[in-house]
Design a protein. Structure first.
Length: 675
């Protein structure tokens, strides 16, 4: 069978199951007595084993089988959970993640897992012995379950028509792959000579392969035991078949009714069990049991969403052109139609953007495991709390923010949180706390990394900044606290006495800052010495369609993102003041430097000496700057296009857009121009 068509599904589902294992193992470490967590991990590992074996990734199947053995022993209470066992299981997950990564990158999924399998195999023999001891006795003398009144009536009526009721116990081989298919094949054989009434476990569980190796069938047929045995015994991968004829009265004995009341009542007879069995075989991808009720979902390849977005972007450009034509012609019906088209395309835009939205938990969920590992390496006690993991961001932004967040978290763990003995000496709890929080505000998402550690040692930061010529000694005399805090984002800046593998690696927080700014975001810090630090990241919801203010510089049109603009104004030229080596204006009590965009972009100035100037006040973090332009055109939604491979690193230009009249307008990167 050609498996390449299922590769994308396999990769996505593998990542989901590995994440489940990671999350549940972390919970299990805190609550070792919670066997439900063990069952959840076992199910995820079991599904991984079946999927990987089906796809032909033997190393992955072998490793998950070894992991299953340990989990099985734990859930059967044959062994206790220790820190050492947790480390070994996490090590196994690391190998599994490495295999999946290899497959994603086009590799063959092969990896030497013999060492970790040997560590996991310590309980293997004990588990197998226990499993053998728990194996069901041959030839059951009585029914495996109690039948309700309706089922008894159905069976009794069938017996009156010459049918016999059988209870069939089927045991699959322990190393059987594709158990759901084996169940389907058994059903197919049985449906040729009778009808399946009920199964243990239920058919949904059998379809999901969420059972060990044995299942029981209640079966109606006019054939004898030997015929039924011969029918099933021909199916491959079956270890043992037992067929027992049952005599069931329409009226249940009182004691059996009492027993039935204590247990959950079985489902009513399935009239077409072969249909459900067929579904088990028809599934072309590893599936999980469906969640009860609720929204139906479907997987869509991100490339298709990108194509849809590109087509919509072209529609937005044409919409702008139509709006301009309607305005020029002043045609009532055309204007009305264009307005309606604008409303509809606006709704369509919202739907497409929402389709691309992904919860930040896809990034956040890797951090608890990372923190666990680093606390061991650093010999610190640290708890990570995550809030707002369901906050959504555009997929393009999600893909880029992982590394900056890793760096900020590592920085908090390494430089922020003190060692337990230092915390105790300072009257703090020995366990430090790091909080990771995400929330929406307007058209932005804010992500905060907060710790209750030592905070920023401003004296040390200032000394390092002077030593590395980041600022002069003269400027250091008048610098404010928040400006000192911001110095840690200067290129190559670090207060660490020695470079560590945890956070430093010789790279400063300037990399984090530049990465976030390239996404149209920003990062700021608030710190109190001895109490902790708060890093706040601001990110746009999406990167592809943005609102801009169009402005004129001579005959050229430029676009400035609305998200950066505080205010627009027309001021008298005499209001511009001269301080030191730059021109500034007094904006609501703030001294704001002035930037002439014509000078920055080398646009030839042909205008006469004007008495009034058009000014746009923009903001980046705490800094304000006033841009001087020739005139304002108006606000518009535009499609942000990259400048391509040939025009990389153009100063202060983040991209371009095509306007309604076909003109290309450059989009200004305000962050690069703010003084």
């Amino acid at each position: 069978m050609e498996m390449n068509q299922y590769l994308d599904v396999f990769i996505e589902e593998s990542k989901e199951h590995l994440q489940t294992c990671n999350e549940k193992l972390l919970e299990l470490e805190k609550n070792p007595s919670d066997l439900q967590l063990v069952h959840d991990i076992f199910r995820a590992a079991h599904t991984l084993k079946g999927m990987s074996a089906t796809m032909g990734y033997e190393d992955m199947a072998h490793l998950t089988h070894s992991l299953e053995n340990v989990l099985d022993a734990i859930r059967n209470e044959e062994m206790t959970i220790t820190s050492e066992w947790m480390d070994i299981m996490f090590e196994a997950l690391d190998d599994l993640e490495a295999i999946v990564l290899s497959i994603i990158e086009g590799g063959d999924g092969k990896r030497d897992v013999s060492e970790v399998c040997a560590k996991l195999d310590v309980t293997g023999a004990g588990k197998e012995t226990a499993a053998a001891a728990e194996a069901p006795e041959t030839a059951p003398s009585k029914s495996k379950w109690s039948y309700d009144e309706f089922q008894r009536t159905v069976i009794a009526e069938a017996e009156e028509q010459g049918f016999k009721c059988y209870e069939i116990t089927v045991s699959l081989k322990e190393d059987c792959l594709l158990k759901g298919v084996r169940v389907y094949m058994v059903f197919e054989q049985l449906n040729e000579i009778g009808e399946v009434v009920q199964t243990i476990p239920e058919t949904e569980v059998l379809e999901a392969e969420d059972f060990d190796s044995e299942f029981v069938i209640c079966f109606l047929s006019k054939h004898n035991e030997q015929d039924i045995f011969n029918k099933i015994n021909g199916v491959s991968e079956i270890e043992k078949v037992e067929v027992t004829e049952l005599k069931i009265d329409a009226a249940a004995p009182e004691e059996e009714k009492e027993g039935a009341e204590k247990e959950a009542a079985p489902k009513q007879p399935e009239k077409k069990p072969e249909k459900q069995a067929k579904q088990a075989n028809d599934k072309k991808e590893p599936a999980k049991p469906a969640a009860g009720g609720g929204t139906k979902t479907i997987r869509v390849n991100i490339d298709r969403l990108d194509s849809l977005m590109n087509l919509f972007e072209e529609l937005v450009i044409d919409r702008g052109r139509l709006e301009q034509i309607a305005k020029e012609l002043d045609h009532g019906e055309l204007t009305e139609t264009v307005e309606r088209m604008t409303r509809i395309s606006g709704d369509l835009q919202s739907i497409i953007l929402n389709m691309r939205m992904v919860p930040v938990e896809t990034v956040f969920n890797r951090f608890p495991r990372m923190v666990r590992q680093l606390t061991k390496e650093l010999n610190k006690k640290i708890e990570l709390s995550i809030f707002g993991a369901d906050t959504e961001l555009d997929r393009t932004v999600i893909d880029e923010i992982g590394d900056p967040l890793v760096h900020l978290l590592r920085n908090s763990l390494d430089h922020g949180i003190e060692a337990p003995e230092v915390r105790a000496k300072n009257g703090k709890p020995e366990t430090g706390h790091v909080r990771l929080k995400a929330y929406h505000s307007g058209n932005h998402v804010f992500i905060e990394v907060e710790d209750d550690g030592a905070g920023i040692n401003r004296k040390k930061v200032l000394e390092k900044a002077i030593e590395r010529n980041v600022i002069s000694e003269r400027d250091a005399e008048t610098i404010e606290d928040h400006e000192i805090d911001a110095l840690i984002f200067a290129p190559g800046f670090s207060t660490a006495d020695q470079i560590s593998d945890i956070s430093g690696r010789g790279v400063g927080l300037d990399v984090v800052k530049s990465k976030l700014e390239s996404l149209g975001g920003s990062v700021s810090i608030k710190s109190t010495e001895g109490e902790g630090s708060l890093f706040s990241i601001q990110l746009p919801l999406t990167l592809s369609i943005i609102s801009v203010l169009l402005v004129k510089l001579e005959k050229e049109t430029f676009a400035i993102p609305i998200s950066s603009i505080i205010e627009t104004a027309v001021i008298d030229k005499k209001d511009i003041l001269q301080t030191h080596d730059r021109e500034v204006i007094d904006f609501r009590g703030h001294i704001v430097p002035v930037v002439y965009l014509k000078e920055e972009f080398n646009v030839e100035d042909s205008s006469d000496d004007l008495d009034q100037l058009h000014v746009i006040v923009v903001k980046k973090g705490d800094k304000l700057t006033a841009f001087v332009v020739d005139s304002f055109i108006g606000q518009q939604e535009v499609v942000l296009k990259s400048l391509g491979d040939y025009l990389t690193n153009v100063f202060a230009i983040s991209g371009a857009t095509i306007l309604g009249d076909g003109q290309v307008a450059l989009i200004i990167d305000c962050n690069a121009l703010i003084k």
